[in-house]
Design a protein around this ligand. Sequence first.
Ligand code: ACO
Length: 366
Amino acid sequence: MRTHAEIVGWGKHVPSKVLTNSDLESMLDTSDEWIKTRTGISERRIAAAKETSATMASRAAFAALEVADLSPNKIDLIIAATSTPDHLMPSTASLIQDSIGATNAGAMDINAACSGFVYALSVGSGLIAGGSHQNVLVIGTDTMSRILDYTDRGTSVLFGDGAGAVVLRATEDVTGVLSSSLGSDGSGAHLLWIPGGGARHPASLETVQNRMHYIKMNGNEVYRFAVNVMTKASLQVVKDAGLTLDDIELFIPHQANIRIIQSAAKSLKVPIEKIFTNVERYGNTSAASVPIALCEAIEQGRVKAGEHIVLVAFGAGLTWAATVIRWGVPAVAPRLPWWKAILHRFRGQEAAAKSLARRTGRKIPR
Ligand code: ACO
């Protein structure tokens, strides 16, 4: 019998500081009206000085482990998807591993930009299906505010910070990740990139003066690419799972731009009610976008046991990724005793994270 990877825990963390479109109006030549009509974004979250991709991810991870009722030392592997790592080396996943006390886990980062979480989910579920891993923590985390040029109105209005995490567990049931598709077209690398700071242009006075450590993007090209691959990848994974689009109850796309999401929905002929969006409140949080949206969809009761969901994303690379998941557990984790499940529902994610951290003797990163 084939082993599957089911999602048994989920968590998110977003910084408390809100940057609204009207705040941006006072920083840049832009307007609330332009940003809302062209992107659907009203506000985004910005990390505090001490917050990083690792600290936000650790909070999201604690929350996910609490829902899964799993001790951090039972995790075999942590995969952190990020393109804004705390350092080029070591991996952000290693920092998270230490922070949450996952003493028996391996740790590695994946960089597929905004597609990163769906890439990481595919890798994690593949390792579980292969039999070498039982419990894998998959995280998407990005601190985009640290790589944004707040003098560039074409990019700085689009992005925000945050993290989302899921716990994958091996199961013999035909549930969890049913199919995945990963893609890349590196000929579009220069359409969305950070030119400086790597091996080609290491940090120097010149790279700093030329603002080469900030994200650069050709928005129109990325837009066209995004609609095309979101449609193509969604169709592919649904077919690979032996399903049709009618079998999918919910689509959770990468939250980059409401117009991209609407165009992809139109091209797939999927009613907009079947598509989850929260881009209005967070902007594009890159690798964190899909897991944050998944968490909120669960919190809002939009994901039910036995239903099929498609996660689909695109990003720098240019990359794309999609997966079909058959949801296996009720939205209130069934493995928790009833009193804990109710407490979790009322206390929310932050309190769940704190509770697990306290029990395991760890400090919640600030
Ligand atoms: N405020 C006001 N005006 C602006 C702003 C702004 N923030 N940004 C651009 N403009 C202006 C432009 O200068 C241009 O002015 P001009 O006509 O005088 O030259 C005009 O608005 C139209 O610009 P376009 O770029 O054609 O606007 P468009 O409708 O294409 O929207 C956008 C731009 C929102 C960037 C869109 O192209 C888009 O969403 N692209 C996809 C981007 C994306 O999803 N990136 C994330 C990828 S995921 C990852 O891996 C990070």
